[in-house]
Ligand binder design. Sequence first.
Ligand SMILES: NC(=O)c1ccc[n+]([C@@H]2O[C@H](COP(=O)([O-])OP(=O)(O)OC[C@H]3O[C@@H](n4cnc5c(N)ncnc54)[C@H](OP(=O)(O)O)[C@@H]3O)[C@@H](O)[C@H]2O)c1
Length: 264
Amino acid sequence: MEIKRHFEKDLAGKVALVTGGTKGIGKAIASRLTAAGATVIVTARHPSGEANPSYHFIAADLSDPAEVLKVSREVSDKFGGVDILVNNMGANTYPGGGFSTLEDAHWNEALQVNLLSSVRLDRALLPKMLAQKEGVIVHISSTSSRFPIWESTMAYSAAKAALNTYSKALSDEVAPQGVRVVTVSPGLNRTSAMAAFLEELAKNANTTVEAVTGKLFERLGGVPMGRMAAPEETAELVYFLVSQQAGYITGANYVIDGGNFPVV
Ligand SMILES: NC(=O)c1ccc[n+]([C@@H]2O[C@H](COP(=O)([O-])OP(=O)(O)OC[C@H]3O[C@@H](n4cnc5c(N)ncnc54)[C@H](OP(=O)(O)O)[C@@H]3O)[C@@H](O)[C@H]2O)c1
């Protein structure tokens, strides 16, 4: 879907870090913040392969505490810290099948990737925000944090639910010192991770991606808008939340899901 975008350079002079910014939702966020004039730093395990990316790239596996420290050191040395931190990186890469297929190693990985990577990066980069009495942190969660599907998202949903709770607690702690902390919970987005997830479901059920996509929509109780989001639509919300226009917003969890979430 084509979105009308206004490229006001209202983030000029701001330094933003977007984790997992080479693909999917993170790539769209990095691009949107760049368009708004921010200096953008992107992390991922592998470079995107783009010829001349508009961002500074740091290779790091954020599930490893030492790599988180490496990122924060490089960011501090080269940019003096960040004004905007978007903890976007996350993944549901664990076997489906419910409680009996999930071993401690799967649970541990789910928590490292979807919770502790953000906790550690926040802890490393918050001191500068607190010192300047200004900054914004966004945690990209998921509607599945409140709507787990036992057969395919158990560990991922539980880790994202912990991220929601941590995000709220952190916002309460740092709001008096001028730092805002916001959670964004996307529903289904058309990304390579979603494509891989659907292909895996189709392979396991010995059926087509179209068939499992329809089943997934049904399993979620339907998506009133009848489609997945384009990552750019989710990025637009993140852009608003980090902008000055959202200056009174903190501690909230924004759902962006085409109407899927079934309760008020
Ligand atoms: N897609 C959806 O429908 C959906 C729905 C709800 C919530 N979300 C959430 O939105 C966020 C982005 O999802 P997405 O679908 O855009 O994912 P994606 O397309 O798979 O992109 C993930 C990004 O994170 C990086 N990454 C993955 N594991 C990493 C690790 N251990 N350390 C550092 N970087 C890592 C990837 O690059 P490398 O592989 O090179 O490291 C890539 O840049 C996630 O938090 C996800 O849980 C997505």
